[in-house]
Write a protein that binds this ligand. Structure first.
Ligand code: TXA
Ligand code: MG
Length: 317
């Protein structure tokens, strides 16, 4: 059931049930992070392997501090600047955080989501929420309550409707220690913005398959069901697939054969608009009846880095 009853959502969560929650990045599948059975049900509903840890959502920095051993100075600086917002910090957890949440890691991923409804919800409960994106494991993340309803509607107790996610990409994950800072997942807060704020360059340590510390990094992810191909020349690719039912996902002011179904991430070339549209459009293309979805990369800077990351994963076999 979809609705806007924050009190009902809170009481369901207190009972150990799962609830779909809106955030500015994507919708989450939330449960009481301190209740192991509730957390296990998240993994089951998503069909997610237990080695893939969950992000913990809290209402503010003070609540975050209750669950970590230390909060390095740079991490605090970032939290003060960007929370609530699309930034997740990997910090050393304390014993209050169940191991099931972090898949046994000594680090917990933690963030304050920037959505008025979910912030009110976090005020109404006295525990943090473990919440991965509210999609079946490996599929496209949801940016509208209807996306959650369609795929997990019969498995969650309630879905809080908070409209369309304003950022549209999952949070950027940063690993921060006293000495070192690196990006573990590209996301809705750009690398350039963080670098400008800190006044230094930061590295990327995107964790890959074999030892998935951030298994959002599993190669194939965010995937539509249909064949999704990234092309560096759409005209040529369209010709190469003549005779098949093609759909296009494009960026900028481009026009193709009008008989081909085309969705444009941003006609004006705005990467933030493209981020907001990305997952919704991927879903629309997936149900468009096309045999092949052809897409292209967007400019590789600002949110384009994260958008291209998701496009490449969607296209990876
Ligand atoms: O924007 C977001 O981050 C959304 C909303 C709902 O907050 N959540 C989200 O969660 O994208 P999920 O589970 O789909 O992706 C979380 C990523 C995964 O790649 C996971 O491996 C990584 O964060 N992660 C979580 N806890 C971790 C930990 N303790 N150490 C390393 N990586 C972690
Ligand atoms: Mg996810």
């Amino acid at each position: 059931m979809i609705g806007s009853d924050i009190r009902l959502a809170a009481s369901n969560l207190k009972l150990g049930l799962t609830v779909g929650i809106p955030t500015e990045t994507v919708y989450g599948l939330a449960a009481n992070a301190l209740n192991e059975d509730a957390v296990i049900s998240i993994f089951k509903i998503k069909n997610r392997p237990f080695f893939d840890p969950l992000i913990m959502h809290v209402r503010d920095i003070e609540q975050a501090k209750e669950y970590v051993k230390d909060f390095p100075e740079t991490a605090q600086k970032l939290a003060i600047k960007y929370w609530p917002g699309p930034l997740t910090l990997l910090l050393k957890k304390n014993d209050k955080v169940p191991d099931i949440v972090t898949s046994g890691s000594e680090f917990v991923a933690i963030r304050v989501p920037n959505h008025p409804i979910t912030l009110k919800l976090l005020e109404a409960i006295d525990f943090p929420l473990a919440a991965p994106s509210a999609n079946p494991f490996g599929y496209i993340s949801p940016t509208r309550a209807e996306h959650v309803e369609k795929q997990l509607g019969n498995k969650v107790s309630y879905i809080l409707d908070g409209g369309i996610s304003s950022v549209g990409l999952e949070s950027t994950i940063l690993k921060v220690s006293d000495k070192d800072i690196s990006i573990a997942r590209l996301g809705g807060l750009s690398k350039e913005e963080i670098e400008e704020f800190l006044g230094k360059e930061i590295g990327m340590q995107l964790h890959l398959n074999s030892n998935p510390q951030a298994p959002g990094q599993l190669d194939k992810h965010y995937s539509p069901e249909n064949r999704f191909i990234l092309s560096d020349n759409l005209e040529l690719s369209i010709n190469a697939h003549k005779g098949k039912k093609i759909a296009l996902l494009t960026f900028g002011d481009k026009h193709f054969d009008e008989t081909i179904f085309q969705l444009n991430l941003s006609k004006s070339g705005d990467l933030h608009e493209a981020a907001r549209n990305l997952f919704h459009y991927m879903r629309l293309l997936d149900i468009s009846g096309a045999e092949i979805i052809l897409s292209e990369e967007v400019p590789n800077f600002d949110l384009g880095l994260a958008i291209n990351d998701r496009l490449r994963r969607a296209a990876s076999k």
